[in-house]
Design a protein around this ligand. Structure first.
Ligand SMILES: [Zn+2]
Length: 142
């Protein structure tokens, strides 16, 4: 059993929220995973940047995606490196459904370790880490 719901909240480094990235860190308040998207070529841009790397447009605006993703690769950590993170836990790189080049390093939660595999379909969920900031995590799509 993961026991995630009974465990104390794991220690997380508080991200530096700026006007450029607040859509990403605060979208979880609405249950939305948000990225900047180019208004000219529709490319999603992450991490946030002032220019679209594809077409150099400055017409970037936050837009919510579905939150669907798939596991690109993952590792299982068996060492108690961080207080409150009870091993084993899964660190994964997931590909966002809307754009496979859009990848996030994240934790997989609400799942058994044995269940995790490359290609696993996952869905964004959010951990409230205070100050209106939400950490995007992923859980298997049920
Ligand atoms: Zn563009």
């Amino acid at each position: 059993m993961s026991g995630a719901s009974e465990s104390p909240k794991p220690f997380r480094l508080q991200p530096l929220v700026t006007p450029e990235n607040e859509h990403y860190w605060q979208g979880g308040a609405r249950g939305e995973l948000c990225f900047l998207r180019c208004g000219d070529c529709s490319h999603y841009v992450h991490p946030p940047a002032p220019l679209c790397p594809e077409c150099l447009s400055r017409e970037l605006a936050p837009e919510a995606v579905s939150g669907r993703a798939r596991v690109h690769t993952f590792t299982v950590n068996h060492q108690p490196w961080i207080p409150g993170f009870d091993p084993p836990y899964v660190v994964a790189i997931v590909e966002i459904a809307e754009q496979s080049s859009l990848r996030l390093m994240t934790n997989l939660v609400n799942c058994e370790i044995d269940e995790v595999h490359i290609g696993l379909e996952v869905q964004a969920c959010f951990e409230d880490i205070g100050d209106g900031t939400f950490l995007p995590l992923f859980e298997p799509r049920r």
